[in-house]
Design a protein around this ligand. Structure first.
Ligand code: UDP
Length: 243
């Protein structure tokens, strides 16, 4: 975490106390332009609870440059400890905003993760929506994350932005494990966002997003996620217990 950036610590994870526009305009865009190496984590309650049970993962998240509150549960948690975070920043929206920036500036992007057919569809949609962005390369997400050759291939493409959609915790572990090979670039774990870019998974309608019930929409659309979502009440319970 950048030393001069205010943050709120929730169960050992330092969330940046910042809104979406400040994050982009005061931090990420200037960082990209200055060719810094940046590690961005978008963490929801599931990720915080996973870090609670995996000390290595927790330490990786603590070393990230920016941990962003992706999930209304995290914002609620910050209010419960009376250190409110300004807003939720959805990982998908942040990725989309960075793709717009890449399109505007003709930046080189690498896409790592998802199944090959999903990735192909996502790349085809990106070419249409962001014609000025350079697809430096892409690789499906079904490989051994300790295999250094994938990272070497990514490096050869000299990317400005690397989106890693392997799901947590592997995406953050991959970034941490291989980031020493890179001297620049913004690295960000994006979960299932390539499925969204491919059009296979739909975002909740804006009205649901505004009401902060996007999680309910995902649960209705993908009921198999219910077990994962139990982490949300568990997360809130953990915070209340410590108060
Ligand atoms: N995935 C992958 N390699 C794996 C396991 C998963 O590339 O070994 C991809 C999967 O295809 C999906 C994403 O990682 O695109 C995980 O999506 P999920 O919805 O679980 O992530 P979330 O957005 O909830 O973090």
């Amino acid at each position: 975490m950048e030393k001069n950036q205010a943050y709120v610590e929730i169960k050992g994870i330092p969330f940046v106390k910042i809104n979406n526009q400040q994050l982009l305009h005061d931090h990420l865009y200037p960082g990209i332009e200055a060719k810094k190496k940046l590690f961005v984590v978008t963490a929801n309650p599931e990720i915080v609870m996973a870090a609670e049970e995996d000390e290595d993962y927790k330490q990786i998240l603590q070393k990230a440059d920016y941990v962003i509150a992706d999930g209304i549960g995290v914002v609620l948690g910050s209010k419960l400890i009376r250190q409110p975070l300004p807003e939720r920043i959805a990982g998908y929206d942040l990725m989309y905003q960075l793709l717009e920036k890449a399109n505007h500036d003709g930046l080189r992007c690498y896409f790592l993760g998802a199944k090959q057919d999903v990735l192909n569809k996502a790349m085809a949609n990106i070419k249409i929506k962001f014609p000025n962005l350079v697809i430096a390369g892409s690789h499906h997400g079904y490989f051994d994350i300790n295999d250094a050759s994938v990272a070497q291939d990514v490096k050869k493409t000299d990317p400005d932005l690397v989106f890693v959609g392997l799901g947590f915790p592997n995406q953050e572990k991959w970034i941490h494990e291989h980031s020493n090979q890179f001297s620049q670039g913004l690295f960000m774990g994006v979960g299932g966002s390539f499925d969204g870019l491919a059009g296979y998974v739909k975002r909740a309608p804006k009205s649901w997003q505004k009401l902060n019930i996007e999680w309910l929409y995902r649960l209705i659309k993908q009921p198999s996620r219910w077990k994962r979502m139990l982490q949300l009440p568990r997360f809130i319970w953990h915070i209340l217990r410590r108060k």
